[in-house]
Ligand binder design. Structure first.
Ligand SMILES: Cc1cc2nc3c(=O)[nH]c(=O)nc-3n(C[C@H](O)[C@H](O)[C@H](O)COP(=O)(O)OP(=O)(O)OC[C@H]3O[C@@H](n4cnc5c(N)ncnc54)[C@H](O)[C@@H]3O)c2cc1C
Ligand SMILES: NC(=O)c1ccc[n+]([C@@H]2O[C@H](COP(=O)([O-])OP(=O)(O)OC[C@H]3O[C@@H](n4cnc5c(N)ncnc54)[C@H](O)[C@@H]3O)[C@@H](O)[C@H]2O)c1
Length: 471
């Protein structure tokens, strides 16, 4: 066994681990990075990148099909194969950025092995025993496979196997109507695959119901069968002939089943007990500084069971770098973290939803909304439906929800406003190019002031008085 004593050991080369390792090595720390499987983790190999690439290929296929004369559209099998080839190509194009070669060129020692704590200060990986000054656990999460009767006997897909398909499913059953389920539902619908989504509660349960409804209407219009408030009680069947039964006794059949029922923190085999680190059902427990129960060990990203996004893992990497490299106390916030579901319409959120803001601020809350149809660019481009909703308290935003094209781009300015505690006047006072979708942001901020300015007797009296005095 080789013994190594780096400043920092990072376990897991996904979104969180790669950010910590690159930052620490470039700032002069001696860093070892462990990866037991694929460099790049879920986001590159099984998550963000393949899902967005598939959505993009499917959108193009649907547009081409719409433009084609009846009966002359593309061959659906060839379209599906080409879409999945596009996914593989996009992954291959981004992979060098997350590769062993790139990280070694940054000064990181990469060990391709699974890491396991054998004591509070030591980790074994392959034929190495590593005793670092600090450890960052960034081992991510795996698809949740609940204990549903019959599921273990039935072939099913997850986000780790879906992108290996090269032939379109005859009928895709999707268990779960969260972001994974709905992004993959729309991608498959647009590739001509019949889709049924079975959701135990309501679609995109975390999002504003009004915005989520715009998406479910769209998916239904594109041909999806969507069943809500239908918890899956039993699964049966064989390859190509799967049946899902709900608690209410309804049965839905399809050729393939995709599980999109949430995620489970990857802590198996990490030896957390030996390190004195506790995990609960959601993941590794950390404090606001992302420290685990072991003061030398931090945990970031999906393994902590918090908001599971690449940009959250990256943000938390920055928090840990300040603490581990500079010994600066640094706390992770969550009130300014945006999230986006990349369907059409996109659903974006930062800060509180309307329901959360009402519960937190009661009568002090003001809600303003602007419909996408009120935006000239959207009208000119024939875009829609969509809307922006602003939750404001005393002249400052506490949350923004956007549904529509480029909602993920539009939310950026609100992420800045919430992060910096900016006033709405800063957004309302912006001069933006006309005609752009970005004007929606200015318009909804302006709606906060227009009631105060235009329906205000004092303002009217003041204007009349000034006008009398003017020569
Ligand atoms: C289908 C899908 C689509 C998604 N789309 C988006 C999106 O559009 N935008 C977004 O922000 N987020 C998206 N996400 C979420 C995003 O992928 C995750 O939040 C992100 O990958 C988390 O990064 P991480 O570093 O915590 O973990 P991961 O990226 O999962 O990386 C963890 C790494 O640790 C390795 N590992 C585990 N245990 C060990 C061990 N003991 N020793 C060594 N290595 C180990 C794993 O092999 C893995 O490579 C999506 C997720 C899915 C499933
Ligand atoms: N665009 C993005 O940023 C993006 C995309 C995909 C995934 N992600 C991340 O990955 C995480 C996981 O996504 P997900 O969609 O797998 O999980 P999720 O937890 O968001 O959704 C799972 C859904 O399955 C339903 N469900 C659970 N058990 C059920 C049962 N027995 N029967 C029927 N329905 C049941 C839940 O009610 C829920 O709506 C997300 O929370 C997100 O953080 C992000």
């Amino acid at each position: 066994m080789k013994r190594l004593t780096p400043d920092l050991l990072v376990i897991g080369a996904g979104s969180g681990g790669l950010s910590v390792a690159a930052g620490a090595a470039q700032m002069g720390a001696d860093v070892i990075l462990l990866e037991g499987h694929r460099m790049g983790g879920d986001c590159l190999n099984y998550g963000c990148v393949p899902s967005k690439a598939l959505l993009s290929a499917a959108r193009r296929a649907a547009v081409l099909r719409q433009g084609a004369a009846p009966g002359t559209g593309g061959d659906p099998v060839a379209e599906y194969t080409a879409a999945m080839a596009h996914v593989a190509e996009v992954i291959a194009r981004i992979a060098p950025h997350d590769s062993v070669e790139r990280f070694e060129s940054l000064g990181v020692r990469v060990i391709r092995a699974w890491g396991r704590f054998i004591s509070p200060r030591e980790v074994v990986a392959g034929d190495h025993v590593i005793r670092p000054r600090r450890v960052v656990i960034a081992t991510g999460a795996a698809p949740l496979v609940p204990d549903i009767p019959g599921l273990a006997e039935v072939p099913y897909l997850t986000n780790e196997t879906l992108f290996d398909l090269r032939h379109p499913p005859e009928h895709l059953l999707i268990a779960g109507g969260g972001p994974v389920g709905l992004e993959m539902a729309q991608a498959h619908l647009r590739l001509g695959v019949p889709v049924t989504v079975i959701e135990g509660d309501r679609l995109l349960g975390r999002e504003d119901p009004e915005l989520a409804a715009l998406l479910s209407d769209r998916l239904r219009a594109e041909g999806a069968e969507i069943v809500e408030a239908a918890r899956i009680a039993r699964v049966a069947g064989t390859a190509g002939d799967i049946h899902v039964e709900t608690e209410a006794g309804a049965t839905y059949g399809g050729s393939h089943l995709l599980l999109a029922l949430g995620r489970r923190a990857r802590t198996d085999g990490l030896g957390l007990e030996a390190a004195g680190i506790t995990a609960n059902g959601r993941g590794i427990r950390t404090d606001a500084r992302l420290r685990t129960g072991n003061r030398r060990v931090y945990a970031i990203g999906d393994v902590t069971g918090g908001a599971q996004f690449t940009h959250v893992a990256g943000y938390q990497a920055g928090v840990v770098l300040r603490a581990a490299l500079f010994a600066l106390p640094s706390r992770a916030r969550s009130d300014h973290i945006p999230r986006v579901t990349y369907t059409d319409p996109e659903i974006a959120q930062v800060g509180m939803t309307e329901a959360e803001a009402r519960a937190a601020h009661g009568a002090r809350l003001e809600v303003h909304r602007v419909d996408l149809a009120q935006n000239d660019r959207a009208v000119a481009e024939g875009l829609g439906p969509g809307m922006i909703k602003l939750m404001a308290v005393r002249g400052r935003p506490v949350g923004v929800s956007i549904a529509g094209p480029q909602a993920g781009e539009l939310i950026g300015i609100w992420a800045l406003a919430l992060a910096r505690g900016m006033k709405l006047s800063a957004i309302a006072g912006l001069v933006l190019p006309y005609p752009t979708l970005g004007e929606l942001n200015k318009r909804v901020a302006g709606a906060y002031f227009s009631a105060r300015l235009f329906d205000n007797e004092t303002v009217k009296r003041l204007v009349r008085a000034v006008q009398h005095m003017l020569p």
